[in-house]
Ligand binder design. Structure first.
Ligand code: PPS
Length: 342
């Protein structure tokens, strides 16, 4: 139910004014100056980079709007609306973890007027590094004044080279890591893979090198990603802990405003996203964004977020919980936060 916004029918704003105000972002949304939003179809919160931008009429879906011709601008060469702002390299990144709740954090924080975020995952610091920083910058949304540019690619957290590469871009980059109980995270990850490849072996089968001996296969990605303490070590070689924020994926669901308050403080922006922005959608079973003056429809995340998980043998869950316990404790100690996954 990833609803896009749409402009009110019967708007009295003339079409030429809309065309000046409406700059569709990567999700087909217009955000400037409380401008109308471009119509967005289901699933338009596209996860894939470089997929073609959705066609977006800058005037928005206004079939009943008066068909007045757009007034000519002073200079004869100006057929396109002026582009406001500058594309900047991100000052903050959501670096992980996959299936932690990264999309929720991104969508919630981009409701803030001082934050502009790329809606797709650019995978620059893992897969696309060879394309260079200019390419990376060109993907970014335009920002004005002190607005923060943000992107999220959850695989960065487990990419060995990512910390050094990000440090080389800017040692001041703020890093957000959304973490979740590694056992639930692994099941979520597996559930997603299974939805695309129904023929893969069972979760129970993939989790162990030898199940009878209780030997967990830590080389399986779904297990490996949850070894947060190990991955964290690579980041701490380049960044101080104070430059990292660890968001609880569990609290993000029960108290989105609380976790988003921490995110806003960390980014140094005013706490504008509060409990007034959220409602609990019973059908979805998750918090969603309420409609606001600039976002005319309430918005839940898409169908791939909040899926029903595959049923896993409870004994296997216990074995994995035991397996992760020492890594979790090490992680709590390193970050100074108890996530209560035990
Ligand atoms: N508000 C809200 N709505 C829907 N889903 C929410 C929300 N907050 C957190 N979550 C949890 O986010 C999980 C998906 O995590 P990610 O967005 O990091 O996934 S991904 O790595 O980008 O694929 C997703 O995991 P699953 O439940 O396993 O699907 C959700 O539990």
């Amino acid at each position: 139910m990833d609803n896009g916004g749409q402009w009110k029918r019967g708007s009295s704003r003339p079409r030429w004014l809309l065309s000046l105000l409406c700059c569709c972002d990567d999700l087909g949304r217009s955000r400037l100056l409380g401008a109308p939003r471009c119509l967005r179809g289901p699933g338009a919160g596209g996860q894939k980079l470089l997929q073609k931008s959705r066609a977006c009429d800058p005037a928005g879906p206004t079939p009943s709007a008066p068909a007045a011709p757009a007034p000519r601008l002073a200079s004869a060469n100006h057929s396109a609306p002026p582009k406001l702002g500058t594309k900047r390299l991100p000052q903050a990144l959501i670096v992980g973890v996959k299936k932690g709740g990264t999309r929720a954090v991104l969508e919630f924080i981009r409701a803030h007027p001082d934050v502009r975020a790329l809606g797709t995952e650019p995978h620059f610091f893992d897969r696309n590094y060879g394309r260079g920083l200019d390419w990376y910058r060109s993907l970014m949304p335009r920002t004005v004044g002190g607005q923060i540019t943000l992107e999220k690619t959850p695989s960065y957290f487990v990419t060995q080279e990512a910390p050094r590469r990000i440090f080389n871009m800017s040692r001041d980059t703020k890093l957000i890591v959304v973490v979740r109980n590694p056992v639930t995270r692994a099941i979520s990850d597996y559930t997603q893979t299974l939805s695309k490849k129904p023929d893969i072996p069972t979760f129970e089968g993939l989790s162990f090198r030898n199940r009878t001996l209780g030997l967990v296969d830590a080389s399986w990605n779904a297990i490996r990603i949850g070894l947060y303490a190990l991955h964290l070590e690579s980041w701490l070689r380049y960044f101080p802990l104070a430059q990292m924020l660890f968001v609880s994926g569990e609290r993000l669901i029960v108290d989105p405003a609380g976790e988003m308050g921490r995110v806003q403080d960390f980014l140094g922006v005013k706490r504008l996203i509060t409990d007034k922005h959220f409602y609990f959608n019973k059908t979805k079973g998750f918090p969603c964004l309420k409609k606001t003056a600039s976002s005319l429809l309430p918005r839940c995340l898409g169908k791939s977020k909040g899926r029903t998980h595959v049923q896993i043998d409870p004994e296997v869950i216990d074995q994995l919980r035991e397996f992760y316990r020492p890594y979790n404790i090490k992680f709590y100690e390193a970050v100074g936060q108890d996530f209560r996954w035990e």
